[in-house]
Design a protein around this ligand. Structure first.
Ligand SMILES: [Zn+2]
Length: 395
């Protein structure tokens, strides 16, 4: 009896932990079991300490998010931004050298400002439940054209679908379709920049420089009757800003108007607000301006704060899947004697910093069951920004 009570309590605790604190209900509701669930996390940014941990433990990169891998596996499709090359035997400048093996040597496998990761990362993210990654980000060219080529080869070898980059000479077909439950879901990633690193062969899709091409991709996918939903994942925005800038807002509007289901951004290293934008045809488009860091060794409270965004899609009258619900699970990067790892954050740890992180994200994305975000998030920006717990920056 005692044991079953404990088990029940544990079950309830898990249910509570997995329940996001915020939800947007769209007018398109699910009526039967026909639905698709999407999970999206932000930047996978493996600084030195994280790579050392991954290369020296049997669980590898999986040790960096073990407390949440069950959540990543929960969705039909889980997306992440893989920020940096996976280019074995490539040093900076895109020069081929001898590969050091599974070892952080700071020459082939290195940290900021020029990242590169061992291909072990591919199998580890796949086994963790991640189904598609973006390869379009400002670190995409950290190993030059050789790095872009080898990254794609590493992902192909590991059977990991990717979007946003292409092999030299291949068609400029940057979108990927991921099939689930008989539905075909399109993904398209782009980036605002490559940190000034040249991309002579234009292997990486740029959000602003190639904006017309981005919108053409979305229009083409939207007019394809075999495509059921379209997610565009721009790498954009000003770093460390909790609110989107005008450039992000303009592009998001255009992408949704071109027919995308939702826009899920990253790069600012902190979570940014969400926005529901009604379309002329009556559809509701969602913009998650930034999911924040999923894992990194950045240390301030907002930088250690992230989310697993959950989107539920159901059939609509228009022959496509449409959004039915959007919510999130707050995440928090624990840093202690046992290393670094992402954990879901329900405030139950009792630790001051994780509570501050939860306060931060619930203030940015408050509990809400209405269709639109509370107006104060848009209208009194300065006031809310002043109230953010920036003073908790250093743990
Ligand atoms: Zn970035």
């Amino acid at each position: 009896m005692y044991r079953s009570i404990v088990r029940l309590a544990l079950l309830l605790a898990t249910m509570f932990v997995a329940t996001p604190s915020f939800a947007i209900d769209f007018s398109n509701q699910c009526h039967n079991d026909e639905r698709v669930s999407i999970a999206a996390v932000g930047d996978l940014l493996f600084h030195r300490r994280l790579q050392v941990q991954a290369y020296t433990r049997t669980e590898g990169f999986k040790s960096l998010w073990a407390p949440v891998s069950h959540l990543l596996k929960d969705a039909d499709i889980t997306y992440a931004n893989l920020e940096g090359p996976v280019a074995p035997g490539a040093r900076s400048g895109g020069v081929a050298v001898k590969d050091p093996g599974l070892r952080y040597d700071n020459r082939v496998y290195s940290t900021y400002p020029l990242f590169n990761y061992h291909p072990r990362v591919v199998g580890d993210i796949k086994e963790s439940g991640i189904d598609i990654v973006s390869t379009a980000n400002n670190h995409a060219m950290d190993r030059g054209a050789l790095g872009a080529e080898r990254t794609i080869q590493s992902l192909q070898l590991g059977g990991m679908p990717f979007t946003g980059s292409r092999l030299e000479g291949q068609p400029r077909d940057f979108a990927r379709i991921v099939e689930t439950n008989g539905y075909r879901i399109a993904w398209l990633a782009c980036t605002y920049s490559n940190n000034g690193m040249p991309d002579y062969k234009e292997q990486i899709l740029q959000c602003y420089k190639h904006q017309d091409e981005v919108l053409e991709h979305v229009e083409r996918l939207a007019s394809d009757p075999s495509v059921d939903a379209i997610f565009v994942t721009p790498h954009w925005g000003a770093e460390y800003q909790p609110y989107p800038g005008g450039r992000q807002k303009n592009l998001a509007k255009k992408i949704l108007a071109a027919g995308a289901t939702a826009v899920i951004g990253a790069h600012p290293h902190v979570p940014q607000t969400w926005e529901v934008i009604e379309q002329e045809n009556g559809r509701s488009g969602l913009v998650i301006y930034s999911t924040g860091n999923f894992i990194s060794n950045q240390r301030t409270i907002p930088q250690r704060t992230g989310m697993i965004a959950w989107l539920e899609l159901c059939p609509s009258n228009e022959d496509k899947l449409a959004l039915a619900k959007a919510e999130y699970t707050p995440t928090w990067v624990i840093i202690d004697g046992k290393g670094l790892r992402v954990s879901n954050n329900d405030g139950s740890s009792g630790k001051v910093n994780s509570q501050a992180s939860l306060n931060h994200i619930t203030r940015l994305l408050p509990k809400n069951s209405t269709k639109k975000l509370p107006s104060y998030l848009v209208t009194s920006r300065a006031k809310v920004a002043k109230n953010l717990p920036w003073h908790y920056f250093r743990p």
